[in-house]
Design a protein around this ligand. Structure first.
Ligand SMILES: Cc1cc2nc3c(=O)[nH]c(=O)nc-3n(C[C@H](O)[C@H](O)[C@H](O)COP(=O)(O)OP(=O)(O)OC[C@H]3O[C@@H](n4cnc5c(N)ncnc54)[C@H](O)[C@@H]3O)c2cc1C
Length: 511
């Protein structure tokens, strides 16, 4: 096959890029390793959704297995399964990127029109319906403590408040890439190849010639290796912050760019569960609608790790993997499932010299793995966040609270919880950590010794290879990432469309 641009990955970065390039009149081919599943396939069933729509059946973990990682593997990528929270990149994060990494063109004011464009395109607005009980209890606790909180903007249209966003929206209300930008690109003549994994990029005479693909089955297992080659003038990697570095590694491009795969960030998440006296039914309703930034910048931008407070939706399969333990003990924990309220804290990694993130590596089958070992600064952040979350739950009326730690039990007073949390061993595999926000690994920057690509997402040394997804962030963000990826990629890909001779549509040219 031949095209102007081949885009690898159809998530937040790939979807937006496909729409803008197609609307500019360029011939685009999208390549996606996951299957094409649509609302007709989304049955609000965890056992089916995780196998169909997630990397490694939602069981992806870091090499030491201490952090569980959720990422999408389907057309639409993680946007097909995400929880719809949509935040602009914080001003402090963008200023830090400019000052510390010399990133150009991505200040708050320069990105503002692009945020506005995406917000309109994907119908992003603060959730106007009352929060579900899981979120309401977070708001109640925060209000009683006098801590700040606000309503989360969501990318939905006609949302029925079902609460199953993580299993694919069965009514196409979520404005994921699956129902917005990808259909738009297809309607303009772009092509989509699903169940095709980009293995390697072919480089000749310092120019990228195209991408070699393997076919994969519905579960992501390779059926036929190196089955076809797509020749393109421009290659865009948008395979996510584990997938994109992995393709560069398989292509041997780390020889010229030794930082490929390094400084991969996660917004490591920890959680606490509160037992309430009334049913919470955390499986129903918009998953996330309330947040608090009370502690996001608690020690300045570069000090101790700050964190954002939100809630996770509670579905039995996923929750049971977080509650851990076995047999009778696990059974007892799950008995009160409908009465549980959960808080989560997502920690800002990458802003402090001690917070170096992880590294994407290849295993002996050339399959990507993330090496991310929790260290002292992360443990301090996790302990601090666990204390805050327990305090909010007791303020909201919890009868007892349990942190997600193997040595913890339910504590019936804040004092007991605090004493215990201060002494819980800071150990991998004992303190539960998870993440659905993988970023970095192909960092942008102005200094070649500190970055993989420039501020336009162009890989150093190869003009016609761009990386346009969450992997180009030089740190994590401090907010859920999708809107940052959409807006930053939109701005960068609009420049690229013009460079390739495309005719940028009027609404984008005006920005
Ligand atoms: C359960 C869940 C809930 C979330 N909730 C929110 C939320 O509420 N708000 C928010 O802002 N963010 C949320 N996120 C995160 C957000 O969706 C992601 O940060 C964002 O989609 C990442 O965009 P991306 O383009 O970097 O990668 P992705 O969207 O992950 O897309 C990458 C795509 O590339 C494909 N791919 C990988 N390797 C290859 C290869 N070699 N060849 C071909 N294709 C490949 C993958 O299958 C995938 O489809 C959530 C994520 C998950 C998993």
């Amino acid at each position: 096959m031949e095209c102007d641009v081949v885009i690898v990955g159809t998530g937040a970065g790939g979807g937006i890029a496909a729409e803008i390039l197609s609307r500019s009149g360029l011939k685009v081919v999208m390549v996606e390793e996951g299957p094409l599943k649509t609302s007709a396939d989304f049955k609000m069933q965890e056992k089916q959704a995780y196998a169909d729509l997630y990397q490694e059946v939602a069981g992806r973990q870091t090499i030491d297995k201490s952090i569980q990682i959720l990422q999408g593997r389907c057309v639409g990528g993680s946007t097909t399964v995400n929880w719809t929270s949509s935040f602009r990149t914080p001003e402090r994060t963008l200023s830090y990127w400019k000052e510390r990494f010399g990133i150009k063109g991505l200040s708050s004011s320069e990105l503002k029109p692009w945020f506005q464009w995406v917000e309109q395109r994907l119908n992003i607005a603060p959730w106007s319906i009352p929060p579900n009980q899981n979120n309401q209890l977070l708001a109640d606790g925060l209000r009683k403590l006098g801590w700040e909180y606000n309503v989360i903007p969501r990318n939905v249209s006609g949302c029925a408040n079902l609460g199953y966003c993580g299993m694919g929206c069965p009514i196409n209300a979520k404005q994921s890439m699956l129902v917005s930008c990808i259909p738009m690109a297809l309607s303009l003549g772009s092509q989509l190849i699903a169940r095709a994994r980009a293995e390697q990029i072919l480089v000749e005479k310092e120019q990228v010639r195209g991408v070699m693909l393997s076919s994969v089955d519905n579960r992501g297992q390779v059926k036929q290796k190196n089955v076809t080659f797509i020749r393109a003038r421009q290659v865009i990697l948008a395979a996510g912050a584990i997938g994109s570095p992995a393709i560069l590694l398989r292509s041997g491009l780390q020889k010229a760019n030794p930082l490929v795969g390094k400084r991969t960030f996660l917004h490591p998440v920890t959680a606490t569960i509160g037992l309430m006296s009334e049913k919470v039914n955390g499986f129903y309703g918009a998953p996330q609608s309330i947040y608090s930034d009370e502690f996001l910048w608690r020690d300045g931008v570069t000090g101790e790790m700050g964190y954002k407070l939100e809630v996770p939706p509670l579905h039995p399969l996923l929750a049971s993997t977080l509650l851990r333990h076995h047999g009778e003990k696990h059974f007892q924990l799950m008995q009160n499932f409908a009465f549980y309220q959960a808080n989560l804290a997502l920690l800002r990694d990458g802003f402090n010299d001690l917070s170096i993130g992880g590294e994407v590596k290849l295993d002996k089958y050339d399959y990507p793995q993330l090496d991310y070992s929790p260290n002292e600064i992360l443990w301090r952040g996790i302990r601090h966040a666990t204390l805050s979350m327990a305090e909010v739950q007791f303020a909201a009326g919890a009868k007892k609270v349990i942190p997600l730690h193997m040595d913890a039990t339910f504590y019936s007073t804040l004092k007991r919880a605090r004493d215990a949390i201060m002494n819980l061993p800071a150990k991998a595999l004992r303190w539960q950590i998870m993440s659905a926000h993988v970023m970095g690994g192909c960092a942008m920057g102005s200094d070649a010794s500190e970055s993989v690509c420039n501020s336009k997402g162009q890989l150093r040394g190869l003009d016609n290879l761009s990386i346009l997804d969450g992997s180009i962030f030089p740190t994590s963000l401090g907010v859920n990432p999708q809107l940052s990826i959409y807006a930053i990629v939109a701005k960068l890909v609009a420049q690229l469309a013009q460079k390739l001779g495309g005719n940028l549509p009027q609404d984008l040219k005006a920005l």
